[in-house]
Design a protein around this ligand. Structure first.
Ligand SMILES: [Zn+2]
Ligand SMILES: [Zn+2]
Ligand SMILES: [Zn+2]
Length: 151
C-alpha cells in the first residue's frame, strides 16, 4: 500500500543524491549524517541493491548505524516514489524509481541474474492477457529458473 504522507512526484524530480537530499529537506525532514549516508549509498548503487547491502555499506562508513534506521529510511524513500522494489531470489531489492522497468531472470542453482526489457517480455505479457484477461506486472517478481550454463 502506498503511503500518502509524502507528496507524490518527488521521485521523478529527485534522481540523484543532491536532488533527493534537497527534496527531503524541502519536506522539513531532519538531515542526519546517517540519513545522508543511506541516501548516498542507495542512489549510487549499480542496478538493484538489497536493504541488507545498503546497511552493510552504511555501517562500513559509519559504524554504529542501526540497521532499522536504514530499513525505515529506505521504506520512506519508496513511499516518496524515489525507490521501487522487486523480489529477487534472495528477497526484495531496491531500484531507483524509473530504473525498475525490466523483468528479472534469476538462476535458482548458481544465483546468476539476467534481465529482459519490457519490449522483450511483451509477448509473454500478451499471452497471459489473452488467456486470462489478467494484466501481469512482470517487473515485480523475478522469474526463477536455470541459466544456460546450469541446464
Ligand atoms: Zn533490476
Ligand atoms: Zn513487492
Ligand atoms: Zn545458473
Amino acid at each position: 500500500m502506498r503511503c500518502r504522507c509524502y507528496p507524490r512526484g518527488v521521485g521523478e524530480r529527485a534522481t540523484d543524491v543532491g536532488g533527493v537530499l534537497s527534496a527531503l529537506r524541502g519536506l522539513g525532514l531532519r538531515m542526519t549524517p546517517q540519513r545522508q549516508a543511506i541516501v548516498s549509498e542507495v542512489m549510487q548503487a549499480q542496478g538493484h541493491i538489497s536493504p541488507a547491502a545498503v546497511a552493510r555499506r552504511v555501517q562500513s562508513r559509519m559504524p554504529g548505524v542501526n540497521p532499522s534506521t536504514v530499513y525505515r529510511t529506505l521504506a520512506m524513500l519508496e513511499e516518496m516514489g524515489i525507490l521501487s522494489h522487486a523480489h529477487l531470489e534472495g528477497g526484495a531489492e531496491y531500484h531507483r524509481a524509473g530504473e525498475g522497468g525490466h523483468v528479472h531472470l534469476t538462476c535458482s542453482r548458481c544465483g546468476a541474474e539476467d534481465d529482459l526489457s519490457l519490449a522483450e517480455a511483451e509477448s509473454l505479457e500478451l499471452l497471459i492477457r489473452k488467456h486470462r484477461g489478467f494484466r501481469p506486472d512482470l517487473t515485480h517478481f523475478a522469474i526463477s529458473g536455470l541459466c544456460a550454463a546450469c541446464q
